[in-house]
Ligand binder design. Sequence first.
Ligand code: ADP
Ligand code: ZN
Ligand code: ZN
Length: 737
Amino acid sequence: MKYADVIIDISHEKLDKTFQYIIPAAMEETLVVGMLVHVPFGRGNTLRDAYVVGISQSPSFDISKMKYIASIPESRLPVEGRLIQLAAWMKTNFGATMSQALKTVLPVKETVNGRTRKYVCLNVSQNELSDYLAKISGNRTLAARARLLEALMDNPRIEQDMAAAKLSVSAQTIKSLEKTGKIRVEEEMKFRNPVPQGVRKDDRKLLNEKQKYIVDSFCEDYAHGIRKTYLIHGVTGSGKTEVYMNMIENVVNQGRQVIMLIPEIALTYQTVMRFYQRFGDTVSILNSRMSKGERYDQFVRAKRGDISIMIGPRSALFTPFADIGLIVIDEEHEAAYKSETSPRYNAIDTAIHMAGLADASVVLGSATPSVVSYARCMDGRYRLFTLSDRAAGASMTKVHTIDLRDELKSGNRSIFSRKLQELIADRLNKGEQSMLFINKRGYAGFVSCRSCGHVMRCPHCDISLTEHTNGKLVCHYCGYETPMVKRCPECGSPYISGFRAGTEQIEQLVKRMYPQARVLRMDMDTTGGKDGHTRILEKFAGHEADILVGTQMIVKGHDFPDVTLVGVLAADMSLYAGSYMASERTFQLLVQAVGRAGRGKRTGEAVIQTYTPEHYSIQAASKQDYEEFYNQEIQYRTLLNYPPVCNLLLVRFSSVDEDALNRAVKTLPKPDESSQVIGPANASLYKANDIYNKVLYIKNPDYAILTGYAQRMEMLARTDSSYRKVNVQFDFNPVNI
Ligand code: ADP
Ligand code: ZN
Ligand code: ZN
């Protein structure tokens, strides 16, 4: 016998509550997770709708008290069913509980959604109405009825509130009239629509040849029923968005719906406006500034079929459209597509899985594709398209790479190279804008030699060591430790130290060096408040400042036509971030930063300052050559066995009780022989908020072996007493380590 776990009520608070039923033998073949079934419920055994969220071989309580599933009312999977199936897949593939997964995919029901309006409508013919009116005229007690019916003679649909206010007809009167069948009351839900009205304006561009080729290839595949994943590798400004819009239009014209993901930070007014203009109010958006109610309204509108296109960050993936035909993921390399709470899902893989369930295609786009996605193009899993020129004719930025070691040797100890100083002054003279960019906030932790550029690295993991307050250099993958060095092991220079620089210091320095300049700063500290970062960007876009100093936030997705100079102060800060993804992140940030300069009519210049100009990330970024970067990076990943060559599972153990934590990590389940195990080691933040953290990394080319390990680990954590005070979390192919 088999047993089904069902949820009766899919409102959020109730998702934890599952009930188990016996699956009748006749249903065993057909019943799958996600299906809607009818089950007898409560003392009266009234039949209720329920969704199957799990199927198991053994009962979780006394069978003699268990009831049978009554029937399967429809064989087609409802929208919720598809999302529940997706949740089940996420639970397994990202190591979460079913309840966590369900809460991620099912929208939070909000009672504040759509205010309903009631309309009183004529339910009989005009003739019949005249007869009835003749009958009751003169009857004083029915005067209110007569008033309403006379009004309905002129206008067969009147809002109930209006009837009450203008005609003084009570709800009681309406109810009794409704009983006679002469009228009926219709309810209409009004949902908030975030799209400004009347902005529709078709200023579609005539696609250039390359854009046209991509759109045509996609449409041809689509027409032939071919569904797959495509990657558009196109430099910033090459017209990717224009391409997406044409693909979207094609799919929407076939009566299907589209989800378009954009990282929240890049979800700018400019981008969203282009979609409104093209698609009017068939498009809706989701963003974190909307209230819960507003967001829920958008899900309801999607489910009702009021809209066909949803634009939003990661969570928009779970829009309950009836028939999804396409999922577009712009800036697909962004770390924001990985969830940082359980289930720590990856929106790209989840989108691809969902596309499989819904018979949809997936289109990814980026100027700097993730190494994982590009590798999938190379092995034929995705189809690759390339756009290598800017669509509107703007020329590519001129890049200067400055070796800070040379600056030091020639006596310049400032954080600004001579070239950068010269160019900033030039821009101030011309009244053009500059951006100064620090690709990591504050203190980076790595230790490097300012004379030769040598960086201290872990001999086992080949990632940068981090300087700890106890004076030791530590690898936070494997826990390797070595005392802090006094002299550079490469060149003997005493100028070896932790690398520090903050946006605030830079801002002060700029103000001192260029007293006439108007300077704005943007980082985590200045962007507090609801629209903090938008306000700063708007000021800068409005030319209320000459120089914008900031962290990565300033290089993502914004278009400032007057910026003709971008300075990257120390490219090395993200290069030695102590992660196997550091080179990839650095390359992406540098290319994006460089791409900020000269988006208008004037050609831009960029200055990249570094202690290691020979590093391939910096070299390739200076030339804006993605392939050169990829070819080097994939060798490193292959050599060291990191994704995409291998899959990586990070298990995080945390506890307020240090002893309990130490005991727990001694009783780990034995990993498969083909797996490589690193750790357990102290996390880079070993103690934070009085919680102790340890990490374990397991590598295996076979993803399924890792999910299997996570399941055994999870079982152990649930049953073993040494885990009682220890929290265990899984992160598959983490991107923020
Ligand atoms: P991306 O999404 O790759 O950054 P966009 O689609 O935003 O590129 O295009 C960059 C700019 O070029 C936009 O102003 C857009 O209107 C313009 N553009 C795109 N395609 C064309 C085209 N075929 N002809 C003229 N201008 C275009
Ligand atoms: Zn040195
Ligand atoms: Zn190590």
